[in-house]
Design a protein around this ligand. Structure first.
Ligand code: NDP
Length: 436
C-alpha cells in the first residue's frame, strides 16, 4: 500500500482481484510465496511518465503529462488503450493496466497487459489542437512501443481521429508501416468491426450469460450509461437482439427515451457533431433530458438489465439498491470497474447475475488482437468473419469463467471466475519463464 500511496483506484482493483483469487493462492501458497508471484504481479514491469508540450490555436504553449504503464508481458506484447481525460494520473492508468492483464488473458489470445494516456482533455479543442497534442504525445511514446513489444489502442477520449494522428506521427518518425496501434481507420490497416467490438461483445456476453442461467435476452429492457464508443454499439446490438434500451448519459446529463434510445440519432449527436445530449432531446421530442444525475440518474429507471458503459465507480451502493428494488436481473459491465466494491457485493448477495468488466468488455481488446493478426498477415478479413470470431470469443469467455468459478467452489460468482481463469494462465507463464 505504501508503495502505491495516493492511488485509490489501483488499490480497489488489486483488492478485488486478491480477494477473489484466494482459493487458487491457498492451493499453491508455498510456491507462490517463494516465487513472490503476487508481489511481481502487482508491480508493473515498467512505468513511463513524460512531458507533452503543444501549442494551442492562440499560440500559447500548453503542457500535459503523458503515461504508459507496461504492466505484464508474460503471455504477449503489452496491449491496452490510451485514455485522454483530465482525471488521468498513475492511479487510474495502473488500475486499468492491472485489469487489462487478466482481461487479455481471458480472450485466449497472446497479449500482455498495459495502459496509457494523458490528462489532456480533447473536449472543446479544435482538430488542429488535437493533432498537435497527439503528435507531441507520440514523439515521446514511439520510443517505448512497437508491433511486437507494446501496441496501444483507444479508450475514453481516444477515438478514430486521435489514433489517426498518432499513427501518422509514429510512421513519420520511425518510417515503419506496422501494426503498432489498433483502432486504426479502415484505409490504413484498421479492422472491420473494431469500432463496434466492445459494445457488440458486451451484448454477446450478456446474451450467453443469461442463457446459461436459462433466461432469454429477447424482449428484455435495459438501462445503459455513457454515450461513447462502448455505449453506442452496445445499444445497437441490444436493439438487434430484441432488447429495448431506455437510457443513455454523458458527463453533463442523461436521457430517458420511452420509445427506446435511437442509435442513428445518438451517432449523429456524438460521433458527427461531438455535441451534448441536449441535442438528442431536441431531435427526439418524446425523450426526457435530466441534468447531471438528477432524479436518480439512469440506475433509477426500472429495467431488466443494467449496462454501465461510461467510467469507473459510476454505479454505487445506492444505485445498486435502486436497481434491485426495480427487479434488475443482470448487471454487465461495459466500462472498466464501473461498479464500486460495496455495490458489487450487494448485487451478488441479492442474486443479481453480475458480469465483470474483465470478461464482459473483453471484446474490444480481442478484436484489437484480431487487427494485429490481420496487420501481420497483410490481409483484411470481412466484417462477418471478424464479428463471428468476436462472438465465439465472448461465448468461450462465459463458459470459461463459469467453469473456473465452479472448480474453485464459487459457482455463479462470475467476478471470481473471471479473475481466477485470467490469473491461472498468466501465473503459469510467469512461473515457466523464471524470475524476471
Ligand atoms: P468514450 O470517450 O467514447 O465515451 C465515454 C462516455 O462516458 C462518454 O459518454 C462520456 O461523457 C462518459 N464519461 C466519461 N467520463 C465520465 C465521467 N467522469 N463522468 C460521467 N460520464 C463520463 O469512451 P469509451 O466508450 O471508449 O469508454 C467507456 C468505458 O469503456 C471506459 O471505462 C473504457 O475504459 C471502457 N472500455 C472501452 C473499450 C473500447 O474499446 N473503447 C474497451 C474496453 C473498455 P462525456 O463525453 O460527457 O465525457
Amino acid at each position: 500500500v505504501a508503495k502505491n500511496a495516493g492511488e485509490p483506484e489501483f488499490h480497489q482493483a488489486v483488492k478485488e482481484f486478491l480477494e477473489t483469487v484466494r482459493p487458487v493462492v491457498e492451493k499453491h501458497e508455498e510456491q507462490y510465496r517463494k516465487l513472490a508471484l503476487l508481489e511481481r504481479l502487482c508491480e508493473p514491469e515498467r512505468q513511463i511518465r513524460f512531458r507533452v508540450p503543444w501549442v494551442d490555436d492562440n499560440g500559447q504553449v500548453q503542457v500535459n503529462t503523458g503515461y504508459r504503464v507496461q504492466f505484464n508481458s508474460a503471455i504477449g506484447p503489452y496491449k491496452g488503450g490510451l485514455r485522454l481525460h483530465p482525471s488521468v494520473y498513475f492511479g487510474i492508468i495502473k488500475f486499468l493496466g492491472f485489469e487489462q492483464i487478466f482481461k487479455n488473458s481471458l480472450t485466449g489470445l497472446p497479449i500482455g497487459g498495459g495502459k496509457g494516456g494523458s490528462d489532456f482533455d480533447p473536449k472543446g479543442k479544435s482538430d488542429n489542437e488535437v493533432m498537435r497534442f497527439c503528435q507531441s504525445f507520440m514523439t515521446e511514446l514511439y520510443k517505448h512501443i512497437g508491433a511486437d513489444t507494446d501496441v496501444p489502442a483507444g479508450d475514453i477520449g481516444t477515438g478514430a481521429r486521435e489514433i489517426g494522428f498518432m499513427y501518422g506521427q509514429y510512421k513519420r518518425i520511425t518510417g515503419l508501416y506496422e501494426g503498432v496501434l489498433t483502432g486504426k481507420g479502415l484505409t490504413y490497416g484498421g479492422s472491420l468491426a473494431r469500432t463496434e467490438a466492445t459494445g457488440y461483445g458486451l451484448l454477446y456476453f450478456t446474451e450467453e450469460l443469461l442463457k446459461i442461467n436459462n433466461i432469454d435476452i429477447a424482449g428484455k429492457t435495459a438501462v445503459v450509461s455513457g454515450s461513447g464508443n462502448v455505449a453506442i454499439y452496445a445499444i445497437q446490438k441490444a436493439n438487434q437482439l430484441g432488447v429495448k434500451v431506455l437510457t443513455c448519459s454523458d458527463s453533463t446529463g442523461w436521457i430517458y427515451d420511452p420509445d427506446g434510445v435511437d442509435v442513428t440519432t445518438l451517432q449523429l449527436v456524438k460521433e458527427q457533431h461531438r455535441a451534448r445530449l441536449t441535442e438528442y432531446k431536441e431531435l427526439r421530442p418524446n425523450s426526457v433530458y435530466h441534468e447531471g444525475r438528477a432524479d436518480g440518474g439512469v440506475w433509477g429507471v426500472k429495467a431488466d438489465i443494467a449496462l454501465p458503459c461510461a467510467t469507473q465507480n459510476e454505479l454505487n451502493l445506492d444505485d445498486a439498491k435502486a436497481l434491485v428494488a426495480n427487479g434488475v436481473i443482470a448487471v454487465c459491465e461495459g466500462a472498466n470497474m464501473p461498479t464500486t466494491l460495496d455495490a458489487t457485493e450487494y448485487l451478488k448477495e441479492q442474486g443479481v447475475i453480475f458480469g465483470p468488466a474483465k470478461a464482459a468488455n473483453a471484446g474490444g481488446v480481442a478484436t484489437s488482437a484480431l487487427e494485429m493478426s490481420q496487420n501481420s498477415e497483410r490481409l483484411s478479413w470481412t466484417f462477418e468473419e471478424v464479428d463471428a470470431k468476436l462472438k465465439q470469443i465472448m461465448i468461450n469467455i462465459v463458459h470459461n469463467i463459469d467453469a473456473a468459478a465452479k472448480e474453485y467452489g464459487k459457482e455463479g460468482d462470475y467476478a471470481a471466475g473471471a479473475n481466477i481463469a485470467g490469473f491461472l494462465k498468466v501465473a503459469d507463464a510467469m512461473i515457466a519463464q523464471g524470475v524476471v
